[in-house]
Design a protein around this ligand. Structure first.
Ligand code: SF4
Length: 262
């Protein structure tokens, strides 16, 4: 609570509850209520989405003050999502959760991690999200850390290979009025879709957790992401953050071709 008070005191207007599985934390409702009382305009919950299958929990979180729900969904079908989460039944729970939230009038923005196991499914997933009435979705290229690092040889797709499916998914979302975004895909792979790159719109962020990062944007740009040897000659060099640094360590820089100025 003291972190929330400190943030408001310096004019911060948005807070995201995330990490572990926030819906399982016994203090979550109290923390959300505190955030609302302090006057945060945006209070987002990032979750694996399973708990949202219980409509009463959705109601309680809305009553407490959540303004945006961000469940993770990694496929249009149980076979894809449940294999990635290694939790049978989790897809059905997330989908039920999104239905619950939309029935209650909540704002829903989903997050999908792009891997070898789901990239061809992204257009079908976009169609599902349209049908479910989601407001926004984000396709995030897998960050090769933790479990993803341990499984990188079979889990990490080629960035260039996923792009036709990413573009198709974005097209479907945008055609139906959803905000469609990508994360950790540099501009050179996003030609014609530059407006969908999420990083440009992420506000300055402070991470307060077991790991603390006072300026997450700076950490992302200067420690988390990397630029290649030719990036200095690219027209996007000033705004592009590059891929997560672990990607070129695994696959090299060959797929990232500079975009000439002009
Ligand atoms: S700066 Fe580098 S990574 Fe970014 S768009 Fe240009 S070539 Fe791609």
């Amino acid at each position: 609570m003291s972190e929330l008070r400190r943030a408001r005191a310096v004019g911060v207007r948005g807070v995201v509850f995330t990490g572990g599985e926030a819906t399982l934390h016994p203090d979550l409702p109290a923390a959300i209520r505190a955030a609302r009382k302090l006057g945060f305009a945006s209070i987002q919950l990032q979750t694996n989405g399973r708990g949202l299958a219980y409509r009463e929990l959705c109601r309680e979180l809305l009553r407490c003050g959540i303004t945006e729900f961000s469940p993770s969904i990694h496929g249009s079908r149980p076979a894809i999502h449940d294999a990635l989460t290694q939790t049978p039944g989790s897809w059905s729970q997330v989908v039920a959760g999104i239905r619950n939230l939309k029935a209650l009038g909540a704002y829903v923005l989903t997050n999908t991690v792009i891997t070898t196991k789901n990239f061809r499914d992204l257009p079908a997933l976009a169609r599902l999200l349209v049908r479910l009435g989601a407001d926004q979705f984000q396709f995030a290229f897998v960050h090769i850390v933790g479990t993803a690092r341990a499984n990188r040889d079979w889990l990490v797709p080629r960035a260039s290979e996923v792009m036709p499916y990413v573009r198709k998914g974005l097209d479907i979302g945008q055609a139906h009025g959803l905000l469609a975004r990508t994360e950790a895909i540099p501009y050179c792979l996003m030609r014609g879709y530059e407006h969908c790159i999420a990083e440009g719109g992420i506000p300055d962020t402070r991470v307060v957790d077991s790991v603390r990062v006072d300026d997450f944007g700076r950490w992302r740009r200067f420690e988390g992401k990397a630029k290649g040897p030719d990036c200095g000659r690219c027209r996007w060099d000033r705004v592009c953050e590059g891929p997560w640094k672990e990607y070129p360590e695994l696959r090299g820089w060959g797929e990232f071709k500079i975009v000439p100025a002009g």
